[in-house]
Structure formats: structure tokens, C-alpha cells
Design a protein. Sequence first.
Length: 389
Amino acid sequence: MKLKFNLFFILFTLVAQNAQPKDETNLPKLAVVIVVDQMRYDYLIRYGGYFNSGLAKLINDGAYFTEAYHEHAFTSTAPGHATIATGTFPSKHGIVLNNYYEHESERFVYSCSDSASKILGRPEMEGISPIKLMRNGISDWLKKANKQSKVFCVSLKDRPSVMMGGKNPNGVFWYDDESGNYVTSEYYMKSYPAWVDSFNTSGIIYKHFNDDWVKLLNEDDYLISREDDFPFENKRVGRTFPHHLKKNESDKKSFLELLPYSPFGEEFNFEFAKSIIENEKLGNDNDPDMLFVGCSSGDKLGHDFGPLSQEMQDYYLRLDIYIGDFINYLDAKIGKNNYVIAVSADHGSGTISEELERRGYDSKRIQSKDVQREYLAAAEEIKKKFKLN
């Protein structure tokens, strides 16, 4: 848990200093927490020789930890982000899985679902809020220490933003792949700020509409990864480079759906993060603010291609550039000595079963529907044994 401790040391210091008499000239005005979904530590080693921007700067100028673990039993996106945000385990914060079996309703429920909190502008969609989160988080502690402090969250997925935002953030946003907009729910606000509407209608989402996802570097630079054409990779955006992000030349619908399955999704996400800072004036005064940025494309690509793939290598090469650009923005906008930045991960990833099998391990793929069926069967057995009907 060393990495999580380091993250909390930085942020708890921000809260504690704010609650005490202080020299305001020495306090960071903004804390930025970047959580990269499914980031394994060994990525920093395997790809580190190719980093020359943001990740390189964080490694060279900051501190990082070689053995960092989440100690809870099932590591996935929702419990991972909730654990980072609250500093407690799922047994305390209540988020045990992304989707889990709820005994009261005798059905599987989504960790962020809330029928009372409709999506603004999309009332037909399932409502979203942190209502199932049972503990306050670092953002709540900061706002309790200073009511003038502001907390905002953005991610391509909803659950990273929701869990990191805690109970009382100023704004939580995530990407809607049907509309191509960043959205939120009624839990957080009653209407969108004008700047969000402006961002959503700006057309920036289509920056890469005419681009395929091609390799950033020369072919030989990818020899540290598995061969490009691996039989069991997902064909969602094609199994090999170049990857096509739309089904035909003019298909905007498929482009919006497939954008998060490329590094370009993170580029778009950091642009929205900049817009939050600009329009909500984060880091503009001596009341410290907090911004959470969830990088979700790495998880989507990890599931589709596996951690040893060339796609994962290219993703991290580009993430290095995007984080570097964001750091340059923070230096210019907030000032080099006026912010702190921490990077963590909600969970890692195991090598895909087919890769292990060809290396001689006894390995096979288990389908999620089969696991869920076993869950339900076990629940029935427990009910019978303890007479819970």
C-alpha cells in the first residue's frame, strides 16, 4: 500500500495545513490526482526508456514506489477508486465490485446506480451518484477544512469520477459515448454550466475523426511487446495497427463509441480537465482546490489487447505526451510551485490466459456470464443453508 500512502501523505498534508495557521505563500493552490485505470508498475520499467515528457518528469523529479498494492480481495475500477479516495477498504466504504449482488433486492446492482439522480439531458439513462459509497473521502475532508475549496472530477468512465469525488464535490463529469458529451447527474447540479455546454458543442471531440490510430514510433521500437497480430485480441477497433475508429468514413456514431478505445480518448479527457481549471478558476487563490483526472482508456485497451500488447505500449507512449502537455499547462496557468500532482492506479492487470497458455502454464479463459451464474447459485445455497428466504 506504499503508493496509496504516498498519495494520501501529499493530500492529507494539504488538508492539515489548511486547517492550521499557515504561511499561505507556501501552500499549493491546486492538488491534481491522476488515476490511470489498470496501470501496472512494470509499465514504467518496460516503457520507461521511451518516455521523454510527463511520465518521465514525474519519475525523474518525483518519487515512485516499486511495490504498491491494493490489499482488498477483488481489484477493479469502482472499489479501487473508492479505496484511493477514502483510504479505507471495501468492507468499510461499501464498494466491493463494479457490479455486485445485493441481498435485499436479490439482484446484481451497479456500484454507482441511483434512480433518483437522473443524467442531465439524458433522463432515459440510468441515474448515477455516490449514494452507495459509505465513507467520506479526501475531497470531503478538504471541503470540511475549507468551505471555499473546490473539488472537480473528470473521467471517460462514470465510476472513477463518482468514487473519487466523494459525497460533496463541486462537479463530477464523465464521457457519454452516445452523445460525445461530458455529462453529470442531478446529484451534483441541476443544470450544466455554460462552459460545459460550450465545450460539448465546440467540435473538439472530432479532432481525430479522420485519423486512424497508428504507431507513434518505428516498428522496431515495439519489439519489447508481443507481436501485433495475436489471435485472441479483441477486434473492436481491429486486431492490428492501424486501428480504425469508425465503421465507415462518415460514421460519427461509431467514432464516438470507439474513441475511448484509443489513446485519443485521454487526450480529449485532459482537454476537458483544462477547461475545468480555466472556467472554475481552480488554483486562482489561497483556498486550495482539488482536481481528479481519471484515465480510463488504458483499462479498455488492457481488456481488449492485454498488458503485453503493442497497443498498451503505444497507449503509454502517448499518455506520457498528454501528461507532459498537461504539466506544461499547469506550469503556465497555476505556476510551477503552486500545485502538487500525484499519480496512482485503481488496479493492475494479469497476463491474458492465451498468452500464459502458450508459455506452458495451465490457463484458460473463464467467461463473466459463467462467473455470475456461479455467484447466483452460491447465493441460493447460502439462503437455503441459513434459511434466509
